[in-house]
Design a binder for this molecule. Structure first.
Ligand code: FES
Length: 109
C-alpha cells in the first residue's frame, strides 16, 4: 500500500530529511534542483547511516549526497558514488511518486 513519507513543503526549509519507513528502516529524501529522490540511509562503504556525525545528507553546495563518515559523494539522480572509498557503488534507491496533494508517496516497500 502506498505510504506518504514526506510533503513537498517539507523541502522549503531544508533540502534533505531523514525518514523512518513503515518497516522501520532508515531512509532519506533529498531535493536537488527541484527533483526529489529517496534512498535507504545506508552507505555502501561500511553499511552505516550517511548522516553521521553531522546530521546532513547533502554536501556544502547542496548538489551531491554526502556520507559524513568518510566523505563519499553520490549523485542524487542515481545514487552512484562518484568520489570516495565506495566509488562506483550505489545507494539503494526507493521508488517514490508525488500525488495531487503534493505528498511524496513511497510506491514500493
Ligand atoms: S561509511 Fe560512508 S564513506 Fe565510509
Amino acid at each position: 500500500m502506498p505510504r506518504v513519507i514526506a510533503r513537498l513543503r517539507d523541502f522549503v526549509a531544508a533540502p534533505s530529511r531523514g525518514v523512518t519507513l513503515p518497516d522501520g528502516r532508515s531512509a532519506f529524501l533529498v531535493c536537488v534542483h527541484g527533483r526529489i529522490a529517496a534512498f535507504l540511509n545506508r552507505c555502501p562503504h561500511q553499511q552505516v547511516p550517511l548522516n553521521v556525525p553531522e546530521g546532513d545528507f547533502l554536501d556544502a553546495g547542496g548538489e551531491l549526497i554526502q556520507c559524513g563518515m568518510h566523505g563519499a559523494l553520490f549523485l542524487p539522480e542515481s545514487g552512484e558514488c562518484v568520489f570516495g572509498p565506495c566509488q562506483g557503488q550505489r545507494l539503494e534507491p526507493l521508488a517514490i511518486s508525488i500525488n495531487a496533494e503534493d505528498n511524496v508517496i513511497l510506491t514500493v516497500e
